[in-house]
Design a protein around this ligand. Structure first.
Ligand SMILES: C[S@@+](CC[C@H](N)C(=O)[O-])C[C@H]1O[C@@H](n2cnc3c(N)ncnc32)[C@H](O)[C@@H]1O
Length: 215
């Protein structure tokens, strides 16, 4: 794996344990971070839905859905389709299931506790897959991308929404990518077998990149 595509990872100390919670919320701190994440990423999730262009009857998979805001937007967009999700945090699965309980009960949303490197879905199940502010936390990004590609059908689309870090230093410093990391991320996506890779840049009060690719 090209290390330059990983984004910066948290170090040690108090700030970094908070940063780790963003990567896998757990316990009481994790349950408090969920609502904050839903607020902090509200614009990011709206942008993701726009860039994904999910249509009626699409079957969409979200990796790292966190508190489940985007899942709800997507469930509205795909109507009689399906929205599924995989997140490796028990706390986030519980919060997202609560937020989307009506869709879950109706069988329109299927949320699983799973890591992106071992998705509990059959080959070719989905028409679209996305990850919002999650890719930088994946333990093995190349394996994760290969696994996402496996569950996408022919002509399936991938969207990675990445926050771009600027020079401004904030506390705590969360893991993420810079503009300079993007070519390595694009290359990694290509090496996982995706084509038609392109990057859309947006400013939502902070710079964001949407990497879009075809299976
Ligand atoms: C910063 S949060 C973003 C949550 C949500 N996408 C949002 O925009 O609000 C990152 C999420 O990705 C999940 N995550 C990170 N690595 C993962 C992995 N390898 N497999 C599944 N989920 C993962 C975390 O548990 C967390 O819920």
């Amino acid at each position: 794996m090209d290390a330059s595509a990983q984004g910066s990872k948290p170090g040690c100390g108090l700030a970094s344990s908070l940063a780790r919670q963003f990567g896998r919320p757990a316990g009481l701190a994790g349950s408090m971070i969920g609502p904050f994440m839903a607020w902090r990423n509200r614009r990011l999730n709206r942008l993701a839905v726009k860039l994904l262009q999910a249509r009626w009857a699409d079957r969409v998979l979200e990796i790292g859905f966190g508190p489940g805001k985007c899942i709800r937007f997507l469930a509205r967009a795909v109507g009689e389709g399906l929205v599924a999700g995989a997140d490796w945090s028990e706390v986030m699965v519980a919060q997202a299931a609560r937020r989307n309980r009506l869709y879950v009960r109706a069988g329109e949303v299927d949320l699983r506790l799973a890591c992106v490197t071992a998705l509990p879905f059959p080959d070719g199940r989905f028409t679209r897959a996305l990850a919002v502010d999650s890719f930088q936390f994946w333990p093995d990004q190349a394996r994760g991308l290969a696994e996402v590609r496996r569950v996408l059908g022919e002509k399936g689309r991938l969207l990675l929404v990445l926050r771009l870090r600027t020079g401004r230093r904030r506390f705590p410093r969360l893991p993420g990518f810079t503009e300079q990391d993007l070519p390595a991320v694009e290359e990694m996506v290509r090496r996982a077998g995706f084509g038609e890779v392109r990057v859309e840049r947006r400013d939502i009060g902070a710079p964001v990149a949407g990497l879009i690719a075809a299976r």
